[in-house]
Design a protein around this ligand. Sequence first.
Ligand code: MLZ
Length: 265
Amino acid sequence: ATDSFSWEQYLKETSSTPAPPGCFRQSRVPPSNDFKVGMKLEAHDPRNSTSVCIATVMGMTGVRLRLRLDGSDNSNDFWRLVDSSDIQPIGTCEKNGDMLQPPLGFRMNASSWPMFLLRTLNGAEMAPVAAFKKEPLRPPQNLFKPGMKLEAVDKKNPYLICPATIGDVRGDEVFVMFDGWRGAFDYWCKYDSRDIFPMGWCSLTKHSLQPPGNSVTLPKSLQVLPSSPSKPSRRSMQSPYRLPTPLPALPVRKGVRGRRPKSET
Ligand code: MLZ
């Protein structure tokens, strides 16, 4: 949780460049966050995106909201930007002639939904219409190139935004690699994903930015050498190349008496 990470210094150390802001489906000027914890809104159920549910703002960081669907348990919270098209003011669904749905995994009998809905909305603080910001347009095409640096949501720990590198580009998808984490958190996503941000986004929106992890990804030219004596000088040089998997184990020497590994007996 230290915020001592400096992009300026890091770009120099890794001799890399950031992805230009025009690559991203994000506002050039980030929106303001006018929500408050406890406010209610309508949200598409992430596990069943055709249904619109009631959600409560459980927390927030920067311009991201931690949401929980009313009537669901506390283990399926999800995050949305204040300018996400997945969220809307209470009343929107009805205005469109649709019905609010219970979340997937509603913790009560389905027949109790109408009464639950009445009770959950009664006296609730509804997020004001002005808090919902218009979703930015998607860039007309995938402009990312391998090696570009960015800030990206760690989908396994979605409250975190971390320094990352574009590892590969295929059609309208990009491979997001987290610097210093040996591939454990990497993922493919669409170039217009709302989970990826230009360098400086966290600082602009007052979201914390994790420092890179401390494992080293060697440049491709060094990957196949058996054992390099050189010690990495800094924790987080990251190139768009994958770290090699460990070398295969030496073959078991069969037929040599008394030398069978214990695990085989
Ligand atoms: N401390 C946790 C979170 C790691 C977050 C990595 N983000 C790219 C762990 O070590 O699993």
